[in-house]
Every structure is written in C-alpha cells, then in structure tokens.
Design a binder for this molecule. Structure first.
Ligand SMILES: [Zn+2]
Ligand SMILES: [Zn+2]
Length: 178
C-alpha cells in the first residue's frame, strides 16, 4: 500500500437514482449522493482521512485502476460506470485506490443487471416491481435490450420511458462532463 498526494484517474460504478425528476449518481455501498460541481470528500465516523487512520480503516472514496476493469468480477450489475479524477490523500492498493477527494470525469455506459455485460446505448432503465422505497430516492436498474425482451425479466421489472442515452446526456449535463 502506498500513500501519496497526487491526482489520478480511476474507474468506478454508481447506482443511478432519481428523486423528483432529478437524476443523480449514488455510491453503491454508503449510498452517498455525488454532488454536482463540488468535490466529494471522504467521510468516516471513526476519524479523519489521514495517514494513520486511513491505512488502518477501510474508508475513502473507492475507484479501480484504469487498467484492471477486465479482471475485476462484475458485481456492480444494473449500474452505470465511468471514470473519476481523484486527489488529496490517495491510498494505492493492488487493484485500486481509496482517495480523499473525487469527482466524475466521464460516464461510459451501463452494466446489465441480468447478463452482467457492459452496454452503451442499447439499454433499458427499469424499476424492480417489488422494490421497497426506503428513502426519497428510487434506484434505476440498467438492463440491456436483449435481456429486457425476455418474458421472465419483463415480469420482474417496470421499464421507464426514458432511453438510457437521454439519461446519460442528463447526467453529463448535471455533472458538467464532456
Ligand atoms: Zn475511516
Ligand atoms: Zn443483459
């Protein structure tokens, strides 16, 4: 593990969530809504993100190294993936980083909930039919067109009349991405 102060690029996935017509990127684990035009800062209830604390803790903003996408198991199904710029204190691990600050720089596409393949525009957005709404945000699930046409999948999800490429455009505008 290496700790350094640097700016790097990493890849990661987010849940896409919606609340009152607005769409946001949300961290998968801690359910943090990523702010627009503002750096996300690592937060930990156990301490601040300094050398001694962060090395022993699991906190920080997670991202994968850009070259490891092919070997990581795809567990982030139904999500959107893209890259982030990370800076401040950065802890380098084998496959990725934990950083003090991060902001999205690009959104690349979706990971299908059903077949786990990465897809781009040929994707449907859906809500699970038995989703229990635990907070003000509803989570979109990305399902590729091939899987979305299966009867078993149709029975489980309610598709949203919002093409995935329009959602991408909306998120890129909101986060000021290229
Ligand atoms: Zn911590
Ligand atoms: Zn699929």
């Amino acid at each position: 593990m290496t700790v350094y102060l640097a700016t790097r690029r990493g890849n990661r996935s987010w849940d896409i969530v919606t609340s009152q017509q607005d769409n946001y990127l949300r961290s998968l684990r801690l359910k943090t809504i990523w702010p627009s035009n503002l750096a996300l800062k690592a937060f930990c209830e156990q301490g601040s993100f300094d050398d001694t604390h962060a090395l022993l803790c699991q906190c920080g903003i997670y991202s994968f190294k850009p070259d490891v996408r092919d070997i990581i198991p795809v567990t982030n199904d139904g999500t959107i993936f893209g890259s982030v710029v990370i800076w401040g204190k950065v802890i380098e691990c084998e496959y990725g980083y934990r950083s003090e600050y991060a902001y999205p720089v690009s959104l690349a596409g979706f990971c299908c909930l059903v077949c786990k393949r990465f897809s781009y525009s040929d994707t449907q957005l859906a809500f699970s039919r038995n989703d229990i709404n635990i907070d003000q945000y509803k989570v979109y699930k990305a399902i590729c067109n091939t899987c979305a046409s299966l009867a078993t999948v149709k029975a489980q999800f309610r598709y949203i009349p919002l093409p995935a490429n329009l959602l991408l455009k909306d998120l890129r505008e909101f986060y000021n991405l290229r």
